[in-house]
Design a protein around this ligand. Structure first.
Ligand code: RTP
Length: 188
């Protein structure tokens, strides 16, 4: 009999600093696990502070991390909020993950919900767990033309190509763990 070969797809999913600070790590990982995707990489990552002579330099973040975060969001580099977005992503620990499975990219985006948490459907991660938070800037410095929809707790790749690209960026090559579930009970 012919064997059906399904090319595995990966999505890079990252719990952003607000998700970690709010203690949502277990909840978010659990949603991907319960959906049935396979976890193939996981780490807690904190950008080391760059200090010279006891003084924070370059905004205090390490250059390599800055490169990673800027590369990650390079498609948004012309946006007015780009600098603040990169600063936010590096502002505290993030949880980096790679989930594998047929259709995982599109499905993860559905599980995560719309970019603006206030517009995300109930049942999605952002719809259930986030509102619209302001950054540290006072309102007069950060007028309405710059709504901070950015604190939306989690990121998911928007294409299979970006799933590969972002995985290589945050984990380097050969970081994925290859494993098979001991049982496939839904087949028996
Ligand atoms: P992500 O890449 O993080 O999964 O988010 P996304 O595809 O839903 O949204 P995207 O348009 O790619 O934007 C990336 C992240 O930029 C921040 N953002 N801030 N107006 C704003 O302040 C604004 N717009 C977008 C969010 O953190 C968004 O997730």
């Amino acid at each position: 009999a012919a064997t059906l070969s399904i090319r595995s797809e990966i999505s890079y999913v990252m719990i952003k600093p607000d998700g970690v600070q709010r203690g949502l790590v277990g909840e978010i990982i659990g949603r991907f696990e319960r959906k049935g995707f396979k976890l193939v990489a996981l780490k807690l990552f904190q950008c080391p502070k760059q200090v010279s002579g006891g003084v924070a330099v370059g905004g205090g973040v390490c250059c390599n991390c800055l490169d990673i975060a800027e590369e990650h969001y390079k498609d948004l580099s012309s946006k007015p909020f780009f600098g603040a977005l990169v600063e936010y992503i590096l502002s505290g620990p993030v949880v980096c993950m790679v989930w594998e499975g047929a259709g995982v990219v599109k499905s993860a985006r559905k599980l995560i919900g719309a970019t603006n948490p206030l517009e995300a459907e109930p049942g999605t991660i952002r719809g259930d767990l986030a509102v619209q938070a302001r950054g540290r800037q006072p309102a007069w410095l950060c007028p309405l033309k710059w709504p901070l929809v950015g604190r939306n707790v989690v990121h998911g790749s928007d294409s299979a190509e970006n799933g590969e690209r972002e995985t290589a960026l945050w984990f380097g090559k050969d970081a994925l763990v290859s494993w098979e579930p001991a049982l496939a009970p839904w087949l028996i």
